[in-house]
Ligand binder design. Sequence first.
Ligand code: RP5
Length: 158
Amino acid sequence: MKVSIIMGSLSDSPIADKVVSKLMEFGIDYEVKVISAHRALKSLEKYVKESEDESEVYIGIAGKAAHLSGVIAALTTRPVIGIPAKSSHLGGLEALLSTVEMPSGVPVATVAIGGGENAAILATEILAIKYDSLREKLKDMRIKMKETIDNSEYEYKA
Ligand code: RP5
């Protein structure tokens, strides 16, 4: 099982770090590339074509006029998860809209602005359709989440 993470610029690395950290927790193999859809379109096409036999899910991270995830989706029938990055004066809303508003037939599963952790979890859920061991790990994660909430106690500090 393998996830390919592509970011549009090295300035997106804090989000990639969140994705990688979560995938590592689940023991999922990954590859991270910096390839811009605008600045290096041919390289993006080459990478997706060469990696799609092995990569089962793609995660695109991009800000501003964020066409990266959409272009990845155009190049492969593998599932593509898009993470809009907060990288301009518009706070990431422009990236959210340009990632989520895909034409019919070419979907991108878009998570929240900067949502690296959820992107990794969604990728894991997609892979868990095929890999039972991941399903068990996801169930364990949910149990731990519940325990954390159940054990949370508010204390007012003046
Ligand atoms: C996008 O433009 C990148 O994904 C990044 O989020 C944003 C800014 O890129 P840099 O100008 O920092 O390289 O393509």
